[in-house]
Design a protein around this ligand. Structure first.
Ligand code: MN
Length: 471
């Protein structure tokens, strides 16, 4: 357990305060097979289970009674065969005691207890399952078809969990800082190794090794690519080419599963060309602009659009866009270059709580999601509060298929200079990303040391650290 027992007791008390009646189920994660049952992926506990109970073992569940306040942890103790192969682990009762739950039952009793509550007509609250074995288990337990489960999840519970997990406490921020420190090692390593002839896959592998060596795992599959215009493109075995850019979007999870998420874009030759530097500087200025706007009470939606307006103004100066900036942004013309949102929540999930439903996490009655291309991918729009952690990740991409489609359709033709844009079709893409904590006075980036990102700093760092891994 990462935090003192009182932290978990307090979190569960605050949760139950928001649930009017019924029982609340939490299912921890099970081992997940890779290519046969006993050969598994590295184990990862469910984030919400960790948040409320702090226990990492597979095969656990819990039940909270919203009316009586009873708290039960469920799990089967391991037998001698497991002990021979995997060593001894704490009995479930000891884990329940540690978490402050008091009572422990085995999984059969847990199922009986849930069925009994259902038979009495009590409400059964559960979160939307995202793993298939959990879906099958819930489907059997509740007698619902697996395809109905996500829709049957409790909105009351989702909202209560989101309200708690969206606000990071001091002790959680300290853990996020640790994740950022691992991210710093990963990204500076990538910059040190970035040069012609090295494969994307090699750099991605080194990053994964650093994440595993200092923490639990990468917080998502690393994006290390010369094709930065492919937003979530993975690393390939192709060799980095002189004159191009390498986009690296990667993060780590600490052993207790708090995440980091940073992106840097480096010139493979060690120096930016004039064309690259022009675009890079716009992205860097957009990245910095978010810092001056984000503070409690401001909508992240408005920070996003302030960035879109700056991006449009600057692309007009380069002759890539034209017309009135406000009208261009309203029409969504900037989304040809920036088809995603400025940032997303981050915490124990790198897209924090995305599995609970993005609209519940990032939007509310006041701020509703958009359906317009580009803005529809803004995962967070609501008013900022102290303790929110959100990524700041503007980018500019030249996506040949998207350029061709918009040009063919004449889409936003009043604002886009397609002849000029086509001169950039082999450019790739640039993104710069850091993680922002909202503070009482405004905001700050997480991470004691900020990974170099101003163009001169990037070039200087690469020149001084060629092949010197900062381990
Ligand atoms: Mn991100």
């Amino acid at each position: 357990m990462l935090f003192p027992q009182s932290t978990y007791i307090e979190r569960r008390r605050k949760l139950l305060d928001q649930i009017s009646d019924g029982v609340v189920l939490f299912l921890g994660n099970n081992e997940s097979p890779y290519n046969y049952p006993a050969n598994t992926y590295k184990y990862r506990q469910d984030s919400t289970f960790l948040y409320f109970f702090g226990q990492h073992r597979s095969g656990l569940a819990a039940l909270l009674d919203a009316e009586t306040g009873e708290e039960i942890m469920a799990g089967d103790d391991v037998d001698i065969d497991d002990i021979v192969w995997y060593g001894t682990v704490k009995p479930v009762q000891a884990m329940a005691d540690e978490s402050g739950c008091g009572r422990r039952v085995d999984m059969a009793t847990f199922a009986q207890r849930v069925r009994q509550a259902a038979a009495e007509g009590r409400r059964i609250h559960f979160l939307p399952p995202y793993r298939h074995d959990t879906m099958l288990y819930l489907s059997d337990l509740l007698g619902k078809h697996h395809s109905e489960l996500r829709a049957a999840a409790s909105v009351e519970l989702i909202k209560a969990v989101v309200a708690l997990r969206n606000i990071k406490s001091e002790e959680e921020i300290a853990e996020l800082e640790r994740a950022s420190a691992i991210g710093y090692k990963m990204h500076t390593a990538a910059m040190s190794l970035c040069r012609p002839g090295v494969t994307e896959q090699y750099i991605s592998g080194v990053l994964e090794g650093i994440a595993n060596a200092y923490g639990s795992h990468v917080s998502f599959q690393s994006i290390v690519t010369m094709h930065g215009e492919i937003l979530h493109g993975g690393a390939h075995d192709r060799k980095l080419e002189a004159g191009r850019l390498m986009l690296c979007d990667a993060g780590a999870e600490t052993n207790e599963h708090y995440c980091s998420d940073h992106t840097r874009t480096s010139p493979i030759s060690g120096r930016f060309t004039t064309k690259q530097r022009d675009i890079y500087t716009i992205v860097a200025d957009c990245h910095d602009l978010a810092l001056t706007h984000a503070r409690p009470g401001v909508r992240w939606w408005d920070v996003h659009f302030a960035v879109c307006r700056l991006l449009t103004d600057r692309l007009k100066e380069l002759g890539l866009m034209k017309g009135d900036t406000e009208e261009a942004v309203r029409a969504g013309a900037h989304a040809l270059f920036l088809p995603h949102g400025l940032g997303h929540t981050m915490g124990m999930d790198v897209h924090d709580m995305e599995g609970l439903g993005q609209t519940y996490v990032g939007y509310d009655d006041e701020t509703r999601p958009s359906t317009q291309f580009g803005t529809a991918s803004l995962r967070f729009g609501r008013r900022l509060e102290v303790g929110h952690v959100v990524t700041d990740e503007p980018g500019i991409y030249f996506i040949p298929d998207l350029i061709d489609l918009w040009q063919r359709e004449g889409r936003c033709a009043d604002f886009l200079c397609f002849d000029k844009i086509n001169e950039y079709r082999d450019f790739g893409g640039i993104r710069i990303e850091d993680d922002v904590l909202i503070t009482p006075d405004g905001c700050r980036f997480l991470g004691k040391d900020l990974i170099p990102y101003r163009p001169d700093e990037v070039e200087a760092y690469m020149a001084a650290h060629q092949d010197k891994l900062p381990l």
